[in-house]
Design a protein around this ligand. Structure first.
Ligand code: UDP
Length: 324
């Protein structure tokens, strides 16, 4: 009788999600979605690149809890946990150039702690991995079966190798411990809550355009990226956790643009009078990047729905309230 009561109360209790890096750009959008879906959400973040401002609209919500913690340290969470979403990491090339050791530590030690938490709780685990595991790719578009071309000792090595290690560790926990795991390879994503001085291409160009400063295109601007709006991306991440499998899945928007095209689109969308100027291309900057999302389409019935004009408009509106 007692056992029956326990299992009944378990089946009735709220679903609990732990989000590492939940105060960051993507992490905080994920927190919004999980709370909207009725999860109880515990955020772990050391606020090195994240900010509590991204979560302040949840203050007072009893389903939400914030713990300021470096996830490379032992993670202690009371009570049951159903899902661990591991989003903690610097993600802008500018950040991981400034924080190379923290980047390596959160990808390695932090992933180890987050996996350990999931194993201890019997929770399902999702790794926020990256298109950077493909490096400067020889295969285009990139499919999940491509092994990548990464320079381990170049400026991006700290991020790329940390994420490659994180994927390997996630697979090891799946294969050895039988943990239910997911690996999302996230391609370039943009939207509200990117920091003004994040250093990535979209916030840089919007900030420059709104301040009537020249837009700094690195190299000749022919390198390509494929930009996904944050709400699309988070929906893909959620579906992957709920109905995916343990093998990596590309999540991103296959609409490929040159950096010069992105600069022009942002000048147009802001109505700015900014000029475009050219600056040296950073070392090991990938020449092209476009996800092949066939696997996500088939497995998750997912594809991006927000076009660039709409996504940029929403992002620019948000930036306007912050750029003075
Ligand atoms: N980029 C640029 N101007 C900027 C910032 C970035 O031309 O002010 C370029 C950068 O060299 C790269 C692309 O935009 O080719 C995307 O850079 P980002 O830092 O957003 O991320 P990445 O995809 O390289 O990781």
């Amino acid at each position: 009788m007692k056992g029956k009561q326990v299992s009944q109360s378990r089946s009735k209790r709220e679903v609990v999600s732990v989000v590492t890096g939940g105060a960051g750009f993507l992490g905080s959008h994920l927190v919004d979605l999980l709370l909207a879906k009725g999860h109880r959400v515990i955020v772990l973040d050391n606020l090195v690149t994240g900010t509590i401002a991204n979560l302040e609209h949840h203050a007072g919500n009893s389903a939400f809890r914030f713990i300021k913690q470096d996830v490379t340290e032992y993670l202690f969470i009371d009570g049951p946990v159903d899902y661990v979403w591991h989003f903690a990491s610097p993600a802008s090339p500018v950040d991981y150039l400034e924080l190379p050791i923290q980047t390596l530590k959160v990808g390695s030690l932090g992933t180890h702690k987050a996996l350990g938490l999931a194993k201890h709780k019997g929770a399902r685990f999702l790794l926020a991995s990256t298109s950077e595991v493909y490096g400067d790719p020889e295969e285009h578009p990139q499919t999940e079966s491509y092994w990548g071309r990464v320079n381990p000792v170049g400026p991006r090595g700290c991020y790329d190798e940390a994420k490659r290690f994180a994927e390997a560790l996630t697979m090891a926990y799946h294969n050895y411990h039988g943990l239910e795991t997911r690996i999302a390879r996230i391609f370039n994503t943009y939207g509200p809550r990117m920091r003004l001085h994040d250093g990535r291409v979209v916030p840089n160009f919007i900030f420059q355009a709104l301040r009537s400063k020249p837009l700094t295109v690195y190299g000749d601007g022919t390198q390509t990226r494929s930009l996904c709006y944050c709400s699309d991306l988070i929906e893909g991440v959620y579906r992957l956790m709920m109905r995916g499998d343990h093998l990596p899945v590309n999540l991103g928007n296959p609409h490929e643009l040159s950096i010069l095209d992105i600069a022009r689109a942002i000048v147009d969308a802001t109505g700015s009078k900014s000029r475009i100027v050219f600056r040296p291309l950073p070392k090991d900057d990938p020449k092209k990047r476009r996800p092949d999302i066939s696997r996500a389409r088939k497995l998750l019935h997912w594809e991006p729905a927000v076009d660039l004009a709409t996504g940029l408009r929403q992002t620019i509106e948000w930036f306007k309230t912050r750029v003075r």
